[in-house]
Design a protein around this ligand. Structure first.
Ligand SMILES: NC(=O)c1ccc[n+]([C@@H]2O[C@H](COP(=O)([O-])OP(=O)(O)OC[C@H]3O[C@@H](n4cnc5c(N)ncnc54)[C@H](OP(=O)(O)O)[C@@H]3O)[C@@H](O)[C@H]2O)c1
Length: 327
């Protein structure tokens, strides 16, 4: 098996979780990491036994030994560093959202094609066994035609500073791009693109959404979706059809269990996740690289483009704009 050599760019909160899961995946190694803060890069490399650490991103992107770079910087920088890596013939797994708007995602896809470099959005939920099970039940028509989806993602982030990545417009903050992307992804994955979107945001004084309510309408179905930084909640996802329902347990986007209900009958499946759940997207990227693919068929570049298009429309409806979109 060809060993895939990974690099990580930006060494914050999610990079730590990702690295810990990467070490559990066979057939790949964490070869290099880069932070703008040298001491952070050094400490990270010691903790995860990384061969090389760098104090700037460019050195990581230029390292000829590295096959694929996981972009774990903030939303406003996903596009910039993904383009640099792809142009340097590196494969890219970029944190969600892949970029902040359609225009940026289109350019990333173009760059991936021109350079024949793999590009995938790190929508890790898509790849875990719970979602494979969900899709399998749907494929086998276990709940009949779907007419209702209800999903949300909330946590109480009110104590975060107004300059935090959650609330700062210059960091492409707001609940939609940070966590609302998950319920939107679920509805899109199961029902596809809606024929109509209605949404309503409660915004901060700096103009990003701290709460977002979304109604997607389809010919024969509704999806009621919600995201918020204002409170905690249980987070169960409900997918309902004419013959039954599927409930993904709390917190559904990272849940190892789900239940199929048909009349009086209940079938619960529980999966033992390898690590926190990031290993499945890593395995998928490894497989794609070994096969020479430039995208995953499980979560395609077109899927990322269509998902960001929904977020663009929702932001437009609520007049949420980011300063770097005009640059
Ligand atoms: N998949 C998931 O489960 C999940 C969970 C949380 C977040 N995320 C996504 O992952 C990304 C990073 O989130 P995080 O929670 O890891 O963020 P974070 O810890 O706050 O920051 C990540 C990195 O961004 C860089 N950074 C921090 N402040 C910056 C600033 N003001 N200007 C420019 N760069 C700055 C730093 O890189 P250096 O190390 O170079 O200093 C930092 O290590 C976000 O896009 C988020 O949407 C995904």
């Amino acid at each position: 098996m060809v060993v895939i050599r990974w690099g990580i760019l930006g060494l914050g909160n999610i990079a730590h979780k990702f690295a810990s899961d990467l070490l559990k995946v066979s057939g790949c190694i964490l070869y290099g990491v880069a932070s703008s803060r040298e001491h952070v890069a050094e400490k990270f490399s010691e903790k995860f036994n990384v061969k090389k650490f760098y104090d700037n991103y460019h050195k990581l992107i230029s390292d000829k030994e590295i096959d694929i770079i996981y972009i774990a910087s903030l939303n406003q920088d996903h596009f910039k560093y993904s383009i640099q890596a792809l142009s340097n013939k590196k494969a890219v797994l970029c944190e969600k959202p892949l970029a902040i708007n359609q225009n940026q995602v289109q350019n990333l896809i173009k760059c991936s094609k021109e350079n024949k470099s793999f590009l995938m959005e790190a929508l890790w939920t898509r790849f875990n066994p719970t979602f494979e099970q969900l899709l399998d039940w749907l494929k086998n028509d276990m709940i009949g035609p779907i007419n209702y989806i209800n999903a949300s993602f909330s946590f109480n982030g009110l104590s975060s500073s107004i300059d935090s990545r959650l609330f700062d417009p210059s960091k492409a903050g707001g609940s939609l791009l940070d966590i609302g992307i998950y319920p939107l992804f679920l509805a899109y994955l199961v029902l596809g693109r809606p024929k109509d979107i209605k949404s309503n945001a409660i915004k901060t004084t700096r103009g990003v959404d701290k709460q977002m309510a979304i109604l997607l309408s389809y010919d024969n179905a509704h999806a009621i979706l919600y995201s918020s930084f204002s409170h905690d909640e249980e987070m169960i996802a409900r997918i309902c059809g004419e013959k039954g329902q599927i409930y993904i347990d709390s917190r559904w986007h990272e849940s190892p269990s789900l239940t199929l209900v048909r009349g009086e009958k209940r079938l619960k499946r529980n999966f033992n996740f390898k690590g926190k759940g990031y290993s499945y997207e890593i395995e998928e990227a490894n497989q794609c690289l070994r096969k020479g693919h430039i995208q995953s068929h499980l979560w395609t570049q077109k899927n990322s483009l269509e998902l960001v298009a929904l977020m663009d429309e929702i932001r437009e409806q609520n007049k949420i704009f980011y300063p770097m979109e005009n640059e």
